[in-house]
Every structure is written in C-alpha cells, then in structure tokens.
Design a protein around this ligand. Sequence first.
Ligand SMILES: [Zn+2]
Length: 188
Amino acid sequence: MAEALSDDVESNITNASVSVQVNYPGPKSDVQYPLNVQYCGECSLPLEYCEYGSDPERCREWLERTLPDLLNQMQSTNSSDDKGGEKKRQTRGGKGMPKGKKKSEAQKIILNKQQRKGNKYVTIVQGLASNEVDIELARKFFAQKFSCGCSKSGDDELTIQGDVVNELIDLLPEKWNQINPELIEDKS
Ligand SMILES: [Zn+2]
C-alpha cells in the first residue's frame, strides 16, 4: 500500500517536471557575446544609464575624453533610436490619457426644441453622456441654472422646460471643458 502510494507520488513528480517548459530567449544575432558592459567613470553606472545619473553633462564630458569612439557610436544609434523613442512615448501618452482617447470618439451633442402647449417650448439635449457628462449632475445643473424643470427623457437625453438652446450653445463648453463646441449641433 505504502509502496504503491510512493510510486504514484514519484510518477506525479516525473510528470510535473516533464510538463514544465521554460522558454528562455536565445542569444540575439545583433548582440556580441559575452556582453561587455562599459561603465561610466563619472557616475559609475553602465553608460546607457548615464542620462539617469546625477550629472549627465559631466558623464558626457568624461565619455568624450575617455572613449570618443564609443560616444560617436552611441550618438549614431541614439539618433535612429530617437524617432522610435519619440513614437513610443507618444503612444504611451495616448494610453495614459483616456480622456484624450474618448474625446476623439466624442459624439455630437444635439440641441433641439419642441413646442408644447401654447407658446411653451422644451429644449432637448442629446449626447451629453457620450461626452463624459454625468447626466444626473447635468440635470440638476440645468434645473438650477434656468430655474426650471429638467428631466431625463432617454438614456442620453435631457428635456429642459423652456427654450434655452442659445444659452446651451455657450454654456455647455464653458461648464464642461471636454465638450468640443464644434460638436454641438443646433437642430432647433
Ligand atoms: Zn555616467
């Protein structure tokens, strides 16, 4: 019984070790081995890290004095790297700013008015939520601002009592600076 158990354990261990696969990246064709790291005589960091050191200017001077060839080499690779680095930084910036991303996807804000009983109008605002406006806060804001009734009349639609279309055209981008005035469409 005990023997059978230990056999099981053993085979389990064997199986486990067989199933584990680790893929180490192989040597790169464009890198010379063994790696020869050149350290800076000024800040004692590897040369690539000098720019993060306390005084990159002095590091550069040291490199100019000591290893001018290497400096030239680094500068030539740097200039080609710069474009890629710039591009990467921009991409990262874009990802880090969801607001900017959403802004490009912003929908039109449609202002319309409808005549109700007699000479009374209501103003209908569509598209605020898709412009990152909290629709409930907007509803309260309009009600207070125009001292009138304002109600949610759809997923992304507010109905304001009264004709306030012209006021809204100026007010919306003032109140919510993510709103692009050009996306406000007056259909009234
Ligand atoms: Zn340095």
